[in-house]
Design a protein around this ligand. Structure first.
Ligand code: HEM
Length: 284
């Protein structure tokens, strides 16, 4: 959950660019960013993170029962960019984001936004309404091209903040040897007993809902997976760029283009005039 990142990482983007979510959501799956290429100061715009997945796939819940996937995401904007306030958001985006709660990452980083978990069935697109800063009001902000980063996740994580593994994992054999016994407990959990060549026996429990790959009598190596990896989700991150554009620059550019057009036209007119003079001189 984004809150696990908020509680455990003051800055969710490590020096090597890895986003905190990837530490616990170990599967990698693609996401896409959709954002304007350039924005004007104080303008409100949307950044969309697409988190696609096969809706027919189910994962296992903490209780071992099949469950749908939820999605969540994180958006790391350039300094000064913030979550748009309610009255700045268009009705269309409000309707799309009904029941979706987007919040700043922390008081220190209000340019980082997080959302989720939300139902993946309804939302495979996370829409963040953002307001651009104004360099005239904030001297730290300049008219520049800025990089920004986004992460999106579907499905449950593999590790809890305590370091404990979740049930969304492929569990390996604790020792090499022969599986002498597999029993199923009341709640559907499997107890697997492995006896090694020296006769030492270990027993390990796999939680309910996991599909076993081994059966009684099988010889296994150490760390050989005992169950099919139930992970159907995954986390992905992408980066893109956004230009904080000065409207005076756009006007200046247009004026420049217009001047260029005029000089070209004048050049052609001058050439025509010169051709006439040349033609007249020939007649003498
Ligand atoms: C569950 C997103 C960071 C560990 C989830 C879910 C989402 C999500 C959407 C629900 C999945 C579902 O129910 O199908 C994110 C995002 C993160 C992030 C966007 C970064 C901003 C982390 C971190 C950890 C973590 C840092 C580990 C410290 C887990 C675990 C679950 C989970 C263990 C399953 C919880 C349970 O159902 O018992 N996360 N997560 N996540 N996340 Fe994350």
């Amino acid at each position: 959950y984004p809150v696990f990142a908020q509680q455990n990482y003051s800055n969710p983007r490590a020096a090597n660019g890895k986003l905190a979510c990837a530490n616990c959501h170990l599967n990698q799956k693609a996401i896409e960013i959709e954002a304007p290429q350039g924005v004007l100061p104080n303008s409100v715009f949307e950044v969309e993170i697409k988190v696609p997945y096969d809706l027919s796939r189910k994962q296992i819940a903490a209780n071992g029962k099949p469950a749908g996937l939820n999605v969540g995401g994180i958006l790391i904007l350039p300094k000064g960019f913030k979550l748009a306030s309610k009255n700045q958001i268009s009705e269309e985006v409000k309707a799309k984001n009904k029941g979706v709660f987007i919040s700043p990452y922390s008081t220190e980083f209000d340019n980082i936004l997080v959302v989720g978990p939300i139902a993946g069935k309804k939302h495979q697109e996370l829409i963040f309404p953002v307001v651009a800063p104004d360099p005239a009001k904030d001297p730290d902000v300049k008219y520049l091209t800025y990089p920004f980063y986004a992460g999106g996740n579907r499905g449950r994580g593999q590790v809890y903040p305590t370091g404990e593994k979740s049930n969304i994992n492929a569990f390996g054999a604790t020792q090499a040897g022969q599986i002498t016994n597999i029993t199923t407990g009341e709640k559907g959990e499997s107890q697997i007993t492995i006896v090694n060549s020296e006769g030492n026996s270990t027993s390990q429990t796999l939680s309910a809902g996991l599909q076993l790959l081994v059966k009684q009598g099988d010889i296994v190596k150490q760390d050989q997976p005992l169950n099919i990896d139930p992970n159907v989700g995954g986390f992905g991150q992408e980066e893109s760029e956004i230009v904080l554009q000065d409207s005076a620059r756009i006007l200046g550019y247009l004026a420049f283009c217009f001047c260029l057009l005029l000089t070209q036209i004048f050049l052609v007119i001058k050439k025509k005039q010169y051709e006439k003079v040349q033609a007249a001189e020939l007649n003498f």
